[in-house]
Ligand binder design. Structure first.
Ligand code: AMP
Ligand code: ZN
Length: 460
């Protein structure tokens, strides 16, 4: 099986060959833990989880190392901590914010069916590695100290900018937004900076007396080095990270290690919009994973996400969620009494073609068609193949027990009515049993009579 992946750096789909097939190494930029993760943040989590699962399938589960970091030093965290806990010392407030957000993030992504990465390193636990990289960059002339900051000297790297391929004047214009007087070149970026009073602070590198803190980009160079080495196979993240974050990671790592590339493949997921609009708090369309999970099973969110190819922009809609719910209801119904069978070759082939999930799902829909006509092997194949991409992980009972919070009904009343209906049916009083079914329908409850009894669902 040949795996082809699109590489943002070379702008082409290429055959993937791991540096070491016994240890395929992938790094993905993870969340900044200051607030609930939104549905846009869920996209890289789900997309790279599918890639992780595919790599484990192709190379063996023990032969893939997936690193997804946690950014726990950031101005947004400090601001949030001061706002949430004005009476606590800043350091304590920060710890509370990062701990809560971190816990919430892990609950959210577990519910989306994402496997835990092999390593989840935190920035604050890799300050020593960051200092080593910074020292080396200063020693090699790729970085300099100015007013207790350490800056990366962009002109010191002749082929800076290859990933984003932005015209130089555009990058300079972008950089001018934040030009400190001590920068030698407007494009130079911060590796280390002095901490403001009360902010987290560590001993500074490069002979700087005042304690300080790292800039953002250096953490990923440090953590990928520590956990994956100087060069590794795949680096991923959202498309918004290409510039400046990934461009700067490349500059740091390549200049320290004198390597031609930092990672052999750069993969970026497209952006997510909500009902056709950019998601923002001010527009009131800011959707957190946490809130979505109250109304939709994680697998519905996952399937809705995978309907679009990861590189395309995605329009997140309630109708897409409804569609995914219907599909999964049908799949669960068809595969309830089936053991997983062979994997669907068409689906695997589609995934191996730059993670073409819409095409893989189309193959599963075909299997569904056959399974609906009674073909047991098709149902078994559907189950195995859906599981490979993190779907159909629940028992049918777990699946049908899900209740959307915003459409809550009085459960004991529903159960009582179902019992009354069954009693009416037993004495063949179908007029009464139909009346009860209609009453339930008015409450938004849909009944399903199976050989094991009556189950119910909330109509959406
Ligand atoms: P952040 O916490 O903002 O650094 O983002 C964490 C991850 O989510 C990064 O890989 C971002 O590129 C990605 N991301 C953030 N917003 C969106 C969005 N609207 N659509 C897709 N990916 C996003
Ligand atoms: Zn990063």
């Amino acid at each position: 099986m040949e795996l082809k992946l699109y590489d943002t750096l070379t702008r082409e789909k290429r055959l993937f060959r791991p540096l070491d097939p016994n240890n395929v190494r992938i790094y993905v930029c993870g969340p900044t833990v200051y607030d609930f993760a939104h549905i846009g943040n869920a996209r890289p989590v789900i997309v790279f989880d599918v890639l992780f699962r595919l790599l484990r399938h192709l190379y063996g589960a023990d032969h893939v190392t997936y690193v997804r970091n946690i950014t726990d030093v950031d101005d947004k965290i400090n601001a949030r901590a001061a706002e949430e806990y004005p009476d606590l010392p800043l350091n304590e407030a920060i710890r509370k914010v990062t701990e809560q957000t971190d816990k919430q993030f892990h609950e959210d992504v577990a519910a989306l069916g994402a496997l835990p990465p092999t390593v989840e390193p935190r920035a604050t636990e890799h300050i020593a590695e960051m200092r080593i990289l910074i020292e080396r960059l200063v020693a090699s002339g790729n970085a300099y100290v100015a007013e207790d900051n350490v800056l990366f000297s962009v002109p010191s790297m002749p082929d800076y900018g290859k990933l984003s391929k932005r015209p130089l004047d555009e990058m300079i214009a972008g950089a001018r937004v934040d030009v400190a007087p001590y920068k030698r070149d407007p494009m130079d970026f911060v590796l280390w900076k002095p901490s403001k009073p009360g902010e987290p602070a560590w001993p500074s590198p490069a002979g700087i007396k005042a304690p300080g803190r790292p800039g953002w980009h250096i953490e990923c160079s440090a953590m990928s080095w520590k956990h994956l080495g100087e060069t590794f196979d795949i680096h991923g993240g959202g498309i918004d990270l290409v510039f400046p974050h990934h461009e700067n990671e490349i500059a740091q790592s390549r200049c320290v290690f004198h390597t031609p590339v930092m990672a052999n493949f750069w993969m970026h997921n497209g952006f997510l919009q909500v009902e056709g609009e950019k998601m923002s708090k001010s527009l009131g369309n800011f959707v957190t994973i946490h809130d979505l999970l109250k109304d939709w099973p994680g697998e519905v969110i996952r399937l809705a996400m995978l309907q679009t190819h990861y590189r395309q922009p995605i329009n997140w809609t309630v109708s897409g969620l409804r569609e995914a719910q219907k599909t999964l209801d049908h799949w669960y119904g068809l595969t309830a009494d089936t053991m997983p069978g062979y994997l669907c070759a068409d689906a695997i082939e589609a995934l191996a073609d730059d993670l073409n999930t819409p095409k893989a799902l189309a193959a599963l829909h075909e299997l569904r068609g056959e399974a609906a006509k009674g073909a047991r092997p098709a149902a078994a194949c559907l189950k195995a193949s859906a599981r490979l991409i993190g779907l159909l992980q629940q028992t049918p009972a777990q699946w049908s027990a899900f209740r959307p919070a915003s459409l809550a009904v009085d459960e004991s009343k529903v159960v009582g009515l179902i019992e009354a209906r069954n009693a009416a049916r037993r004495v063949k009083n179908f007029k009464e049993s139909d009346r009860i079914r209609d009453e339930l329908a008015k409450m938004g409850v849909v009944l399903k009579d199976t050989k094991d009894g009556t189950t119910w669902e909330i109509a959406r």
